[in-house]
Design a protein around this ligand. Structure first.
Ligand code: URA
Ligand code: SF4
Length: 188
């Protein structure tokens, strides 16, 4: 298994899909490499592409607020995306691009060994939890995969577009907080 540093270096030089042609920076991921919780977005937007860091635009500010509600911040979680390079015009990453890139996220997950995975939005939930995930129906539900608890939240960008969904997101966040407390209680 590669180290974090080896994985990052390989990823930063990646040319495995067409998104390499239009990116400014590869957005590898950030956060605490010992965190029990991994947040997975869809792919970099404009600001992320410019800075090489996930969730630094408007949606990222909202994500920081959401983390803050349950006492978390970027030093306590790990944040990554399904695709590491920005899709042009922020279109959805295509299935072949997701497939080309998913190995990096799988390697990040293997290094991190999180207890909880939170998918941000439909694209991540369909790739990580189940292809028939419906975000309006299934957000906030727990799924168990090989001892890892998984849930999806509405994507912060969707919450910016439709703020009425914020009220629905609060109980989901509180359920994550509860689960983290349980994990801390059973930690060796
Ligand atoms: N949206 C995402 O899904 N990921 C980011 O990093 C930024 C916005
Ligand atoms: Fe490589 Fe992923 Fe970027 Fe495609 S999106 S070039 S697979 S790092």
């Amino acid at each position: 298994m590669p180290s974090w540093e080896e994985l990052r270096e390989t990823c930063l030089a990646c040319q495995k899909c067409r998104l390499a042609e239009t990116r400014t920076n590869v957005v590898f991921g950030v956060g605490n490499e010992n965190s029990p919780i991994l947040f997975i977005g869809e792919g970099p937007g404009e600001q992320e592409d410019l800075k090489g860091e996930p969730f630094v635009g408007r949606a990222g500010k909202l994500l920081d607020d959401m983390l803050g509600i349950i006492g978390l911040d970027r030093t306590k979680v790990y944040i990554a995306n399904i695709v590491k390079c920005r899709p042009p015009q922020n279109r959805d990453p295509l299935p072949d691009e997701q497939e080309a890139c998913i190995g990096y996220l799988r390697a990040q997950t293997a290094l991190l060994r999180p207890k909880i995975i939170v998918c941000l939005g439909r694209i991540a939930a369909m790739k990580i939890i189940t292809p028939d995930f419906h975000i309006t129906r299934d957000h906030g539900k727990w799924y168990d995969r090989a001892g890892v608890r998984m849930m999806a939240l509405y994507h912060p960008a969707a919450l910016l577009r439709d703020p009425r969904r914020k009220a629905e997101t609060l109980p989901d966040l509180l359920a994550i907080e509860e689960e983290l407390k349980k994990i801390a209680g059973t930690a060796e």
